[in-house]
Design a protein around this ligand. Sequence first.
Ligand code: ATP
Ligand code: MG
Length: 363
Amino acid sequence: MSNPSLLILPGDGIGPEVMAEVRKIIDWFGARRGVTFDVSEDLVGGCAYDAHGTPLADATMAKAQEVDAVLLGAVGGPKYDNLDFSLKPERGLLRLRKEMDLYANLRPAQCFDALADFSSLKKDVVAGLDIMIVRELTSGVYFGEPRGIFEEGNERVGINTQRYTESEIDRVARSAFELAMRRNKKLCSMEKANVMESGVLWREVVTEVGKDYPEVELSHMYADAGAMQLTRWPKQFDVIVTDNLFGDLLSDLAAMLTGSLGMLPSASLGAPMENGRPKALYEPVHGSAPDIAGQGKANPIACILSFAMALRYSFDMGDDATRVEQAVEKVLADGLRTADLLGEEGRAPVSTSEMGDAIVAAL
Ligand code: ATP
Ligand code: MG
């Protein structure tokens, strides 16, 4: 058996800084667990533009298609603001998502006990929270035709089209059911079937796919009610599956139940490959944070937890993923905080590398 393969794309801004901490964890797995990853590293975003005149070189794209998983830091920065649209750093990331056809975006909202005070909600509402939102990522109102601003009579009209085919709903629903099977066998599908035809079809197809997963308890909720329930008592949910637009809103909402942007990982999954595991790209939710780049202030936890997701979903190393998550939990319980986790408190923060070292030590 060949080693699990991983393509690392640190990117711009704080991307390389937080990725350096993931490297320490990868090294720990090699030294202490005898798990060697075939790691290759390449450029994406502004740094790729600087080197090759494009935010994602063809060779990098080809490599991404071959590996078991891609781990990305962040792209972009003020230096690139005036570039032509097609050359912008973000286009590199969009190309990866599009050509790998990553249609299921997984965003966990997980609240570590030590940070429960950090939420804007009451502590008992969020303490121990561990839910996952699956957002459809490649279709819906973001892409549907017709779209544009058109002349109509003597005024203009802005049009977007919410459009979903059965197969698009089917495949993302399957990703969500598979996930529910690995978790607590509970799935809530959210749409607005009361006012949208795409929602009617969504509910129908999800229900149909559910017949292949009789062990999973499936429920349906209108997305507006879902938003309300997510802030009222989020622990009633385990896995939520929803479309591109509602998923955008609901995953940001759920994310902020838990505190800092520096804590949030994500995974984007596509169709199963030959080995049965999905094509996958893992990345922290945060961006390149140019305001703190190069200062050793960035919180590496979002990127480290993204690597933990890779262990779980791409490498069948669920126990090791849990081990990494528990190490994060431990250092937080010990009181270690990067600056973003301190709010108005007067305590001294730890640096990016101190946080990474502590997590390795906890492992
Ligand atoms: P993008 O457009 O790339 O999503 P953004 O403008 O949404 O970027 P981010 O780069 O995600 O912004 O960062 C927003 C702010 O949050 C940053 O300015 C930074 O202060 C803070 N931040 C983001 N990520 C981290 C992190 N890992 N550690 C500490 N602070 C962070
Ligand atoms: Mg942003």
